[in-house]
Write a protein that binds this ligand. Structure first.
Ligand code: GAP
Length: 515
């Protein structure tokens, strides 16, 4: 069986071969951790963004959207805390000359202990079958107890070190638990240093008047500085939310794992403004709603889990991640934070402007508290691709690569083929495309055998293939072939629109969220 690492490599190759994701400026050998989306990738990405956007602004009547600029006044980032505190703790291995995030090395160490425990449990569960009592096993098995104790010891030191910003202690954990560099295999580590992740540039032409500005590291601040504009012009009443999709930039030092960690990426963020004291109720509300949004994609409920933060960011009083099981383990794809009134209060202080909300029901003014949902477009894209990619062995003995994408997100919804390139079949096929193209992204293909054409569409996740044959000219019916089960059926041309819509409408996903 192929290892997860092999599967991941194949997925990256597939993304390139079929026009989903290319390395940026590849003809110049690429640019580290920057990627371009190709002709299929951009369609999938746009569909994904549409799914998120509509789930926010259509399904919630008290959520509206904005589109703020990437460049913001530099004081924004002083107020938000990013100038002083948006750092990663870095450590170098002196032999390999590679740089790592110290916190990630320790998280990986913790994951190794968890894996060891899970392996013991899986072995025992197999041995004892139905009689297996996991709780009792965890409480009594010496190997599990030993690994759990080590895990807890490291975890406690790690949390304390993070909360105290104790860089020496982070290094001490790495040394004490024999963490080695995966490349050199040595423990020859430097001290841990803080590194600010913001990119900066200069605005203005003359050197003496140019102003240092930052490329936004999150889209959230564009929402905070516009909160009062939207509240007033939209006559919004608390609670209400502002949603935004846009690029963010971070000078990630450890940029690995394809589009999982990029230097230029896209976020979909929503800030929900609530009464102080009601934030925990809304935090729970959005946690559950966001998980439903993910699960509605149908990639497998077991692939998601919540992970509560060990260290809360400087602005948060509660925070959790939605993690997804990628080929390299469970990883964060969305963060849900209760950000208190930190951002608005801070902008009020730095700008000197009053941005309080007057609550007519309470007859009082206050600075709203904020619940944030923040999801990475690229990471979600990766999770969808990883869960959809399958190498299937068919009953015929042949194999096929198929992307079982959620149909609503598939780049192309229907492919239309004439059986042969003559006898009026191409014209009949094209006339079907002409009817469908107003509502669905369709493609036309007349090259190679029908089997090969099916395979090409399977590889890019097209849910429906439509074949026009000689019979079509007589009975106005076509053969529809479904991607996942390869079932074929004969249907009248006039019912195609309905049939495709039933499968690919975003409504199918929205219904699962609201039910
Ligand atoms: N406004 C809050 C915020 O930015 P975050 O946890 O730093 O929180 C939110 O980022 C989401 O953005 C993450 O869950 C992830 O999906 C995505 N993200 C963050 N850094 C990323 C990177 N370097 N590459 C790709 N996606 C990233």
């Amino acid at each position: 069986m192929a290892s997860q690492e092999d599967i991941f490599k194949k997925l990256i190759a597939h993304c390139k071969e079929y026009g989903f994701v290319f390395p940026s400026s590849e003809i110049y050998d690429g640019l580290g951790a920057v990627y371009d989306y190709g002709q299929n990738g951009v369609e999938l990405k746009n569909n994904l963004k549409r799914y998120w956007w509509d789930a926010m602004v259509l399904l919630n009547e008290n959520v509206v959207g904005i589109d703020a600029a990437v460049f913001m006044h530099p004081t924004t980032w002083k107020a938000s805390g990013h100038v002083d505190a948006f750092n990663d703790p870095l450590i170098d291995n002196k032999d390999s000359k590679k740089r790592y995030r110290a916190d990630v090395l320790i998280e990986e160490l913790l994951a190794k202990y968890e894996e060891k425990i899970q392996k013991e449990i899986a072995k025992a569960a197999k041995r004892f079958g139905d009689n297996f009592d996991e709780r009792q096993f965890r409480e009594t098995n010496p190997r599990v107890l030993e690994n759990q104790a080590k895990h807890d010891q490291i975890h406690a030191r790690f949390v304390k070190a993070l909360n105290d910003s104790d860089l020496a202690e982070l290094k001490a954990i790495i040394i004490d638990y024999d963490v080695v560099d995966p490349i050199s295999g040595t423990k020859n580590w430097t001290d841990v240093r803080q590194f600010n992740l913001m990119f900066s540039t200069e605005m203005g032409s003359a050197a003496d008047t140019a102003m240092k500005i930052y490329l936004r590291p999150e889209t959230a601040q564009g929402i905070f500085v516009n909160y009062l504009n939207v509240q007033k012009t939209g006559r919004m009443k608390i609670p209400f939310g502002i949603a935004q999709i846009g690029k963010a930039f971070r000078n990630e030092i450890v940029a690995r794992q394809f589009i999982f960690r990029m230097r230029e990426f896209e976020q979909m963020e929503m800030q929900f403004f609530v009464r102080p004291g009601e934030e925990m109720k809304w935090f729970e509300h959005w946690k559950q709603l966001r998980l439903k949004w993910h699960k509605a994609l149908g990639l497998g409920d077991h692939k998601y889990r919540f992970h509560d933060h060990d260290k809360l960011a400087h602005y948060a009083n509660a925070a959790t991640d939605i993690e997804f099981e990628l080929p390299f383990g469970f990883k964060e794809i969305e963060g849900i934070h209760s950000r208190t009134d930190f951002d608005l209060s801070s902008h009020e202080k730095y700008s000197g402007k009053n941005i309080k909300y007057f609550d007519p029901e309470l007859n009082q003014s206050y600075t709203p508290y904020v619940i944030e949902t923040s999801i990475g477009v690229d990471r979600t894209f990766l999770s969808i691709m990883a869960a959809s990619y399958e190498e299937e062995l068919l009953a015929s003995g042949e194999s096929r690569i198929v992307l079982k994408l959620p149909p609503a997100l598939a780049p192309v919804k229907a492919a239309i083929f004439p059986l042969v390139r003559k006898d009026g079949l191409p014209e009949a096929a094209r006339s079907i495309l002409e009817q469908l193209k107003f509502d669905f992204k369709c493609t036309y293909d007349e090259k190679d055998s029908i089997g090969k054409r099916y395979r090409r569409q399977d590889a890019t996740g097209t849910p429906i293939c439509i074949t026009v044959d000689h019979q079509t000219l007589e009975d106005n019916c076509v053969t529809v072939r479904h991607r996942d089960n390869m079932r074929q059926e004969r249907v009248p041309i006039h019912s195609l629109h309905h049939l495709i819509n039933e499968q690919v409408s975003l409504k199918n996903l929205f219904k699962k969220i609201v039910e």
